[in-house]
Ligand binder design. Structure first.
Ligand code: ADP
Length: 376
């Protein structure tokens, strides 16, 4: 039986492990927190730092295959493991490229992939030289996630908000929709593309608020989005499961924003709404099995359950009230502590009419919540 390791033990690792139960595979997780969401579902749990060379290297040495659930891992250790014969998916070179927004933007430009016009800045002070380029979005090269590390610089008065580190200064796009396309590519280079999804972000938390599949865009735009996503992923020359995020603007133009080299929040609906979920698909890639089908089973809407209120022992509210809703699937991530803004679970609602699904969002959001209970 193949031994497969996952770097990171969050909800993505947990859902990946849930899908592993269908396959003959021995699973291992490396993560600092033994109480993490993935820990109860793997065969072997190793406590360790995914950013530390020695921890990643000694974890990976005993494995046949290795994957990630978060990009912020020790790439040098993965490179060494790959040289020694461990199959690392995605290839460490892709992680190196994607981890750095400057390199990632250069990659899109070199591969003639449509992306918003940009400049590279080395310091905050340099922003003063680019006033004519504003309004723009300043994105720190390394270390940003979930909108942290992104600042809108509308005019000269906002320069203070910029980053004093190597960053991308990207033209502000008049976004009408944010889209994502997942692409799976196996070890032989075969590919499948998932239906395009539409994402709506919470403007305050900068986290995905809800996601609709299929995206409500015309056929020509859907085709263009799939073609662009495939082009992005093929250029990486690495097997894996990738989520390509894009902006659609007022002129119906598409711009690639960024790519996640792993299972992704924009693909959670695939558990119920697509023949082969993103998690099932990644196992097929890891285990050298034929790729699955990305056929749509039903339109769906996916809502993140994000912690609000106090930090404390996790307390889900309202779940029993909505649990009988036909076509609703609720996922609780098993995190012991809820914090404001922390991803604690998600709900996927299936139904034939996307417009009817959107109408359900305010109701579901008003019914279900997650907060932290402070022990007295
Ligand atoms: P992160 O990697 O932290 O998720 P993103 O680069 O995806 O950061 O940016 C976060 C959000 O900021 C996007 O989802 C989008 O709403 C907004 N944004 C990013 N780049 C632009 C842009 N060039 N024009 C307009 N809005 C943008």
């Amino acid at each position: 039986m193949l031994k497969v390791g996952i770097l990171g033990g969050g909800q993505l690792g947990r859902m990946l492990l849930q899908a592993a139960t269908d396959y003959p595979v021995e699973t291992a997780v490396l993560e600092n927190d033994p109480d993490c969401p993935a820990a109860p579902y793997c065969h072997h749990f190793t406590k360790g730092d995914i950013r530390n060379f020695n921890d990643v290297y000694s974890f990976g040495r005993t494995l046949d295959r290795l994957t990630i659930e978060i990009e912020d891992v020790n790439i040098e250790a993965l490179e060494k493991l790959a040289q020694e014969g461990v199959v690392v998916i995605p290839d460490p070179s892709v992680l190196r490229l994607i981890k750095n927004k400057v390199l990632q933007k250069n990659y899109y430009q070199e591969h003639r992939i449509p992306t918003a016009a940009f400049l590279i800045t080395q310091s905050r002070a340099e922003l003063k030289d680019h006033i004519s380029f504003l309004p723009a979005v300043h994105k720190i090269g390394e270390g940003g996630y979930d909108g942290k590390g992104v600042q809108i610089i509308s005019d000269a008065s906002a320069i203070e908000k910029g980053f004093d580190a190597p960053s991308v200064l990207e033209k502000k796009v008049q976004i009408t929709k944010e889209l994502a396309v997942m692409v799976a590519i196996d070890q032989k280079g075969e590919t499948v593309v998932y239906p395009t999804v539409e994402m709506c972000f919470d403007p305050l938390l900068n986290l995905l608020d809800y996601q609709l599949c299929p995206a409500q865009i015309d056929e020509a735009t859907t085709l263009r989005a799939s073609t662009i996503a495939l082009q992005v992923v093929k250029g990486f020359q690495s097997p894996g499961l990738f989520a390509v995020e894009m902006f659609l603007d007022q002129n119906n133009e598409l711009f690639v924003n960024e790519t996640a080299p792993r299972v992704h929040n924009s693909g959670h609906h695939s558990i119920e709404a697509i023949a082969s979920s993103q998690f099932d698909m990644l196992w097929r890639i890891l285990l050298s099995l034929p790729l699955g089908s990305t056929r749509l089973i039903s339109p769906s809407i996916m809502i993140n359950l994000v912690g609000n209120g106090a930090t404390g022992q996790t307390c889900y509210q309202g779940i029993t009230d909505v649990a009988s809703t036909p076509g609703l699937f609720i996922h609780q991530y098993g995190k012991k502590i809820s914090k404001p803004g922390r991803k604690m679970g998600h709900m996927t609602l299936l139904g034939p009419d996307p417009n009817e699904l959107i109408k359900q969002v305010p109701f579901l959001k008003s019914q279900v919540s997650v907060c932290g209970k402070i022990e007295s």
